[in-house]
Design a protein around this ligand. Structure first.
Ligand SMILES: Nc1ncnc2c1ncn2[C@@H]1O[C@H](COP(=O)(O)OP(=O)(O)OP(=O)(O)O)[C@@H](O)[C@H]1O
Ligand SMILES: [Mg+2]
Length: 254
């Protein structure tokens, strides 16, 4: 039997980035088929005839399949971002407040389809409030796709690592000299001093012992840092376990 080309490539290749990409692509096709069929069965009108157990099992297959697909997509994106160079950026002028509002909407509507409410400068849903304090005239020169991904990642973290009944997240933008800073403050879990620098390492998730139970890969902040480096920017964090965190992103004006 002819040896599988992808497997052969992985065996011969010692480059972990290429290996991740090959594995992700290899997983993608069967996952799409599983998700496609489970969606098709769930959307059939005969669905009502399923026993409660069958209906629940199908919903769970679909939910976990979608989750797995999102994890694979993130690995692929990680590989793509890691290989980018400043010359690859599609830079243009972007209104910062509008960009934050759109990213806040995307971050807040991740888990379900409950509609978000935008009142003035606050984007809210079911006990989560993202308050945006940003001058309407502020513009940044950046790659829009990457920058909205960056904001969404950071806002998602602010929501995810936060078990307060009411989650308040404050986004503040300031312009001083030739740089613009965006700080994202949450009052959630916070991070211990010994973990603060490690959270930017790939596949690092704060946990006292590795259980693999935290959603995600521990790749979001690695990508955030890389995207900022590509733009000539930087990120810093002030945090305290139990009190919350302030992540500050700094970007050059031009
Ligand atoms: N706002 C925050 N509050 C508390 N802890 C945080 C916050 N943001 C990040 N962390 C910690 O830093 C770790 C790394 O964050 P990162 O965004 O890279 O990964 P992730 O969110 O766990 O997974 P992924 O982003 O790949 O879905 C998290 O697992 C979490 O422990
Ligand atoms: Mg994350």
């Amino acid at each position: 039997m002819e040896k599988d080309m992808v497997a052969e490539n992985i065996q011969n290749d010692k480059n972990p980035t290429k290996m991740l990409s090959l594995v992700s692509h290899k997983l993608k096709t069967p996952l799409s088929i599983i998700n496609g069929y489970s969606e098709a069965i769930l959307s059939q009108s005969a669905k009502e005839k399923f026993s409660p157990f069958t209906a629940k099992a199908l919903e769970e297959i679909n939910k976990q399949g979608t989750k797995l697909c999102n994890l694979v997509d993130k690995l692929l994106l990680f590989n793509k971002v890691e290989s980018l160079q400043p010359k690859d950026l599609a830079k243009k002028s972007i209104n910062l407040k509008n960009l934050i509002k759109t990213s806040a909407n995307d971050a807040i509507s991740h888990d379900d389809e409950v509609a978000t409410v935008s009142a003035g400068s606050t984007v809210a849903k079911k006990g989560t409030f993202i308050e945006i304090d940003c001058p309407s005239s502020l513009e940044i020169k950046a790659d829009e796709e990457l920058m909205s991904f960056l904001l969404e990642e950071m806002l998602t973290n602010a929501i995810k690592f936060n078990n307060k009944a009411e989650k308040i997240i404050k986004v503040q933008c300031t312009h001083h000299g030739d740089s613009i800073s965006v700080s994202i403050r949450d009052y959630g879990a916070g991070i211990r001093p010994q973990d603060v620098n490690k959270i930017f390492e790939s596949f690092y998730q704060v946990d006292d012992y590795f259980t693999g139970q935290i959603d995600g890969w521990g790749l979001g902040l690695t990508m955030v840092k890389k995207i900022l480096e590509l733009h000539g920017g930087s990120i810093s964090v002030i945090s305290d376990r139990g009190l919350g965190s302030i992540f500050t992103v700094s970007l050059p004006v031009a």
